[in-house]
Design a protein. Structure first.
Length: 91
């Protein structure tokens, strides 16, 4: 049977402050329905097996690439200029 932990229990088990855990949820380091569940508005339960994988280095599926894709522009005067295709201003 799967083991679920409250924020307080997880905090004690992995030696992180409760606020640090809340910050990690906010920063999406812990992913809803992967690392934790919210059965009610003010209840957070962490899936211990997912937390163990995270501790072993399993990164979240989200934000694997944190930067926008860039493409290099050839310019003989200024090499290595990058252009952001999602920006309206390109330098």
């Amino acid at each position: 049977m799967e083991e679920y932990l409250t924020v307080k229990e997880l905090s004690a088990r992995i030696k992180l402050a409760k606020q640090t855990i809340y910050n990690m949820i906010h920063k999406k380091e812990f992913v809803l329905n992967k690392h934790y569940y919210k059965p009610k508005a003010k209840i957070i339960l962490f899936k211990w097996s997912a937390i163990e994988k995270w501790l072993e280095g399993d990164s979240p599926d989200l934000n694997e690439s944190s930067s926008y894709p860039t493409q290099e522009i050839e310019d003989h005067n200024t090499p290595n200029i990058h252009k952001n295709p999602n920006s309206s201003i390109n330098i």
